[in-house]
Design a protein around this ligand. Structure first.
Ligand SMILES: [Cu+2]
Length: 173
C-alpha cells in the first residue's frame, strides 16, 4: 500500500504541475511582423505561416497611429482588398490587440490605400488547443492494476487519493 501511495503522489504532483501550466500555455501573444511590426515591405503570409495559432491567442498590431490600420475582413475582401464590403472589425489605435476567440480562419488587411495590395494582409487558421487536454490525461497510468481488484474500483481509489492529496498540498503550502 505504501508503494502504491508513492506512485499515486508522484502522479498527483505531475497532475498539479500540468494544471499550473493550463492558463499561460493557452494565451500566447504574437506581435504581427515580429520586430518589423505592422508596416509595408513585410510578407505577412510568411510571418503567419511560422506559427500555430490556437483559441485564446492574441495578435498585436504595432504601427504609428494614422499611418496604418487593422481591418478584420472576410476572405473575399482579403483577396480583393476591396473594403467596401466584408469588414468585420476596425482597429486604428497603433497598438491593436486582437484576441483570436474562435477556431476559424481570420483575415486581416491594412485599409490605407494601396497597403493591402502592397502586402499588408494575411490570414491565420486558428485551431482549438488540444495539448492541455492531452497533457492532463497523461498522468493516468496506462498499465492495468496488478491486484486484480477491478479497474473501476482502482480508478476511484486513485481519484480519491488525488483529491485528498490535492487538498493536503494546497493547505500545507
Ligand atoms: Cu498600412
Amino acid at each position: 500500500m505504501e508503494f502504491q501511495n508513492v506512485i499515486c503522489y508522484t502522479f498527483c504532483i505531475l497532475f498539479l504541475v500540468n494544471l499550473s501550466f493550463v492558463g499561460p500555455a493557452n494565451a500566447d501573444v504574437y506581435t504581427v511582423g515580429d520586430d518589423y511590426g505592422w508596416t509595408t515591405g513585410t510578407n505577412y503570409m510568411t510571418w503567419a505561416a511560422k506559427y500555430n495559432f490556437t483559441v485564446g491567442d492574441v495578435l498585436v498590431f504595432n504601427y504609428v497611429k494614422g499611418q496604418h490600420n487593422t481591418y478584420e475582413v472576410s476572405e473575399d475582401t482579403y483577396r480583393s482588398c476591396d473594403s467596401s464590403t466584408g469588414v468585420l472589425e476596425k482597429y486604428d489605435s497603433g497598438n491593436d490587440r486582437v484576441m483570436l476567440k474562435e477556431a476559424r480562419n481570420y483575415w486581416f488587411i491594412c485599409n490605407i490605400p494601396g497597403h493591402c495590395l502592397g502586402g499588408m494582409r494575411f490570414g491565420v487558421d486558428v485551431k482549438v488547443d488540444n495539448s492541455t487536454v492531452q497533457s492532463n490525461y497523461n498522468p493516468v497510468p496506462a498499465s492495468p492494476p496488478s491486484n486484480g481488484a477491478g479497474v473501476p474500483h482502482w480508478q476511484w481509489e486513485w481519484a480519491c487519493q488525488l483529491v485528498a492529496f490535492g487538498f493536503w498540498f494546497l493547505l500545507s503550502y
